[in-house]
Design a protein around this ligand. Structure first.
Ligand code: SF4
Length: 429
């Protein structure tokens, strides 16, 4: 059976035009997907049943035992963390937050190690963003700053920017100008009209120089700014100003380099500066397919987008204090539930070591680096293949993912609902 308009649940592009052929409980072909999507849909490396660590290795256990033991660990903990959430659907995220409130736990999502600084900057100066549809139809100058879409979001250029014809751009590849800014030459840089190589940590200075040029202060620019010549800065500023509609996209190269949220704030202020002359927008390149959704769901339930601490009985948010990396580094946490993410692969070593010391439970369809730190792992259905739910694309547009067949695994929502019920019973009225 061929199913059309399937949503790919891999990266923040959430491409919704895949055609997937299904034979029973197996995906046999994928059309329109990139290589990452093919691997996601065709890969067949799922964990078969819940596993628990015993003295010698792993033993298979039932879902009932795995969920009961998880509930006991979380109820016994003084300072549990519920972490992850960007690799699951909004309905499961919502239960996770209510579970955190019940437990007095800290609930945090993967923004803490990706676009958390973008959110802090947006809280300070706002977000002049737009949908990807606007970019596709209108943008004649596109900037990728600290991001390499050809590798990380392989269809971003073909669906929304360089290779995508739009309503006002009939021949996109010829009509759009592309600027790439990075610390090294990437594949995306190879097709740019203008590639700016900046010295690592030089983003803030280069953004400031461009703001000054756009403000008309060319005379104050030194011969070189963070490895970028004055001549190139002038050329790039002129190119930016030539746009009828410009779109700036930025990635972790900006959010996680020295300056962090101040870099993003400066980029937003450059966007506003450019918008005094023409129209500009700026958008983060969100990585996990529903990390934007985790920020949305966290915010509409608790008022805060990530790092929400219920230890005081109310939602408390103070990044740097209540972010999971900081709590783990201080060794405060004594149990951790990981849902839809892989902190074992992405967290600093000291945090991963602490996760290995405390009881860590992972809810995930596949084994990964976090499995090696975990005491229990509970496999679940994959959203977009054998489970469905709501996700938010990187531009904040909610998209309903589809279930292609009914599989044998429970969804994240089902597992979390059962966990919530057990914890509620244990905590009493
Ligand atoms: S670009 Fe991202 S969402 Fe689109 S098909 Fe590739 S992995 Fe999936």
């Amino acid at each position: 059976m061929k199913i059309e308009d399937v949503v790919c649940t891999f990266c923040g592009c959430l491409c919704d035009d895949l055609v997937v052929e299904v034979d029973g409980r197996r995906v046999v072909s994928v059309e329109n997907g990139c290589t990452l999507a093919n691997e996601k849909f065709m890969g067949d490396h799922r964990l078969q049943s819940p596993i628990r660590r015993n003295g010698k290795g792993w033993e298979h256990i039932s879902y009932d035992d795995a969920i009961r033991e998880t509930a006991e660990i979380l109820c016994d903990a003084d300072r549990p963390i519920l972490y992850g959430w960007s690799g699951t659907h909004g309905e499961a995220q919502s239960i996770g937050i209510h579970l955190a409130e019940l437990l007095g736990a800290l609930v945090d999502n993967t923004s803490t190690v990706c676009h958390g600084p973008s959110i802090l900057a947006i809280q300070e100066v706002g977000h002049p963003g737009c949908t990807l549809g606007q970019v596709k139809n209108r943008a004649d100058v596109v900037v990728y700053w600290g991001t390499n879409p050809i590798d990380a979001h392989p269809r971003h250029m073909s669906r929304y920017t360089t290779f995508a014809d739009g309503f006002f751009l009939k021949e996109a590849f010829r009509d759009r100008r592309l600027i790439v800014v990075d610390v090294r030459k990437t594949e995306s840089a190879n097709i740019a009209d203008e590639f700016i190589t900046i010295e690592p940590g030089g983003d803030y200075a280069v953004l400031s120089a461009l703001r000054a040029i756009v403000r008309g202060k060319r005379e104050i620019i030194p011969p070189s700014v963070s490895g970028v010549s004055r001549e190139q800065l002038f050329r790039v500023a002129d190119l930016l100003l030539s746009a009828k509609f410009g779109a700036i996209f930025f990635g972790l190269g900006l959010t996680m380099s020295p300056g962090k949220y101040k870099n993003v704030r400066n980029a937003i202020e450059l966007t506003e500066e450019l918008s005094r002359h023409t129209k500009y927008t700026i958008s983060p390149m969100r990585g996990h397919w529903n990390v934007y959704g985790s920020n949305e769901v966290f915010t509409w339930i608790t008022g805060y987008p990530y790092a929400v601490d219920f230890a005081r009985g109310i939602a408390f948010y103070n990044p740097g204090e209540t972010t999971s990396v900081d709590v783990l580094r201080r060794k405060e946490c004594d149990a951790c539930l990981v849902v839809g993410s892989d902190p074992g692969a992405h967290f600093p070593k000291a945090c991963a070591e602490h996760l290995a010391r405390i009881p860590t439970i992972q809810i995930d369809p596949h084994t990964n680096a976090t499995t090696h730190l975990s005491r229990i792992q509970i496999p679940v259905a994959v959203t977009g293949i054998d489970a469905e739910g709501t996700a938010y694309r990187m531009d904040g547009v909610p998209i309903r993912t589809r279930m292609l067949f009914k599989g044998e695994y429970p969804s994240d929502t089902e597992i979390l609902e059962r966990l919530y019920t057990l914890v509620k019973e244990a905590k009493g009225p």
